[in-house]
Design a protein around this ligand. Structure first.
Ligand code: CO
Length: 158
């Protein structure tokens, strides 16, 4: 069902100090940076081989990651698995009785489609499934990524 781990999500209060750790000390390449207004976060994706670390900073306290930080403090937030067909995967998980946070996929960073499963159904681990944007779409997307970072995700295609 899951092809591989796509990324590990890390909740941070502020991007820059943690970016210094991952980029400068751990020497991971920044692959993408984006403000996703509909999710209330700024996200930075760093490459680790073909996988990623995703740093997530809340845009305001009253957002999902803001509330998470207030309750738990910074640290590991979620694990994301890559799938080939997110609609079929979500249907199968629903039919298996898992509790979904997202009944339907929504737009994630880099034009991906994502959905979260409730940690009550996943042994306490907030779990995300990710269907990446198609190669052609993501190549086109990469050209506009820098501009999109400042203006939010309104133009992100599903
Ligand atoms: Co994620």
């Amino acid at each position: 069902m899951f092809d591989r781990i796509d990324h590990i999500g890390v909740a941070v209060e502020e991007i820059e100090p943690v970016l210094e750790l991952y980029r400068d000390r751990f020497e991971l390449r920044v692959a993408h940076r984006e403000i996703v207004r509909e999710q209330g976060v700024e996200a930075v994706l760093l490459d680790v081989g073909e996988n990623h670390v995703e740093l997530l900073a809340p845009l305001a306290p009253d957002t999902p990651v803001g509330r998470y930080l207030a309750k738990n403090g910074p640290g590991l937030h979620h694990v994301a698995y890559q799938v080939g067909d997110i609609d079929a995967t979500l249907d199968a998980l629903r039919q298996a009785g898992l509790q979904l946070i997202d009944e339907r996929p929504r737009t994630g960073i880099r034009g991906s489609r994502v959905a979260f499963l409730h940690p009550r159904s996943t042994a306490g681990v907030l779990t995300e499934i990710v269907e990446p944007a198609r190669v052609a779409a993501s190549a086109a997307h990469a050209g506009g990524a820098q501009g999109a970072a400042g203006t939010g995700a309104a133009g992100e295609a599903a």
